[in-house]
Design a protein around this ligand. Structure first.
Ligand code: XUL
Ligand code: CO
Length: 433
């Protein structure tokens, strides 16, 4: 037991009227909703990196947080894991997520990195035996160390490609060892800073081969989880290849991986790509590649990836409506890839950020489930396309232009515009949210 969270009680559901700061008002894990427990719908995960590894820096200043586990030794890495599991317990978090670099100190070479990772993964495995918290996903940090400055899989230097591939193997092994339900790839440096020095054809070929090897290795070790790509258009690179869901889908198709890999969609990344979060979720679901979400927003004025905890029920309701429509998560979940602000120095801030975010998501989920149960929106959507239900209209899709012309002439087809009813649907939406 560390004393980092001393005096902070385990958070319990007390209902909307509670005035206890350290309580859930809406997140009630056992409450049944659309046939499932709320906890099983939301599948919340704590992100190791922002909560336990981030020192509080921004582009203009360095560390603001003072944490007793900051430093580069295995002893401190174990203390960090102790504190992490104490927080998971306070929150009763069903899941966590980590990068290799979050949990182990950087070694002098690949062998030491791997030794450190294996040792701490064993330690985390022991902690998990006494905890309800499971691993939602593991991943490799192929972006922070300077060796990755020109990319990992897409690096012009084949030695960096090799290092990255070997590292991903060790991280997939670690994820498998801890029973992870997914393995994530986020390509923060897979892109370019300038086209003046970049060979696009070569880099995308490298990236396709790299991902194919990841999928092959998954099958080789019998990893049952999903492989997920996390799209993001830019930042840190000027341009990143996994720009958004549509771009990732095209890439997967090109390399024949569209049935092997899904997406982990982050709200802030969707915004950076000029999309709404719900657009990205709905598109992924329509393409059959929806996997999981990173539930952290950006500040709409600052224009960069601020990774804030969600605070808007209406925004989240749009997202959960699309997730429920898609049938909910299978291996995925709601990962708070979110950091407290650099002025939020207190241990309480870390806990209450998660409590608030879990309540916002729970409230949004309840609204989305009620809307879906009401059925009004879906009935309208169905009615809008009902013309396609007749055999002769369905046949249009397997016809040809000349036959269709003949039919339009013969039947005197003359389409009459109909209302899209947007405002009426918005009114319906707002009765629930
Ligand atoms: C960065 C980001 C990452 C990924 C995992 O913007 O979202 O934390 O989620 O590497
Ligand atoms: Co993320």
């Amino acid at each position: 037991m560390t004393d980092f969270f001393k005096g902070i009680p385990q958070i319990r559901f007390e209902g909307a009227e509670s005035d206890n700061e350290f309580a859930f008002r809406h997140y009630n894990p056992d409450e049944m909703l659309a046939g499932k427990r709320m906890e099983d719908h939301l599948r919340f995960a704590v992100a190791y990196w922002h909560s336990f590894a981030w020192p509080g820096g921004d582009p203009f200043g360095g560390q603001t947080f003072e944490r007793p586990w900051f430093g580069d030794s295995m002893a401190l890495a174990r203390m960090k894991a102790d504190v992490a599991f104490e927080m998971f317990d306070i929150l009763q978090a069903p899941f966590f997520c980590f990068h290799d670099a979050d949990v182990r100190p950087e070694g002098a070479d690949f062998a030491e990195n791997t030794r450190n990772l294996e040792e701490i993964v064993d330690y985390i495995g022991t902690k998990m035996e006494g905890s309800k918290t499971r691993l939602l996903w593991g991943t490799a940090n192929l972006f922070s160390n300077r060796r990755f400055m020109s990319g990992a899989a897409t690096n012009p230097d084949p030695e960096v490609f090799a290092w990255s591939a070997a590292t991903v193997k060790t991280c997939m092994d670690a994820t498998q060892r801890l029973g992870g339900e997914n393995y994530v790839l986020w390509g923060g440096r897979e892109g370019y800073e300038t086209l003046l020095n970049t060979d696009l054809a070569r880099e995308s070929e490298q990236m396709g081969r790299f991902l194919s090897m990841v999928v092959d290795y998954k099958h080789k070790i019998g990893f049952k989880g999903a492989i997920l790509i996390e799209p993001k258009p830019q930042e840190p690179s000027k341009h990143q290849y996994d720009y958004d869901v549509a771009t990732v889908y095209g890439f997967l198709k090109r390399f024949g991986l569209e049935n092997e890999v899904k997406v982990n969609i982050e709200q802030g990344h969707a915004i950076l790509a000029g999309h709404s979060f719900e657009h990205e979720i709905a598109l992924a679901a329509s393409l059959g590649i929806f996997g999981s979400i990173d539930m952290n927003r950006n500040d709409y004025q600052s224009g960069w990836d601020t990774d804030q905890f969600p605070d808007s029920v209406p925004e989240m309701a749009r997202a959960y409506y699309e997730i429920l429509r898609a049938g909910g998560y299978t291996t995925g979940g709601t990962n708070f890839d979110a950091k407290i602000r650099r002025q939020s120095l207190d241990p309480e801030d870390l806990i209450l950020a998660h409590v608030g975010a879990m309540d916002v998501c729970a409230r949004a989920l309840k609204a989305a489930a009620a809307l879906l149960e009401d059925g009004g929106l879906e009935a309208n959507r169905q009615a809008r396309y009902a013309g396609w239900d007749t055999p002769e209209n369905r046949a249009l899709l397997s016809s040809d232009l000349a036959s269709i012309e003949a039919r339009v002439r013969a039947e005197g087809i003359n389409p009459q515009p109909r209302s899209g009813r947007q405002e009426r649907l918005e009114n319906l939406w707002n009765r629930f949210v």
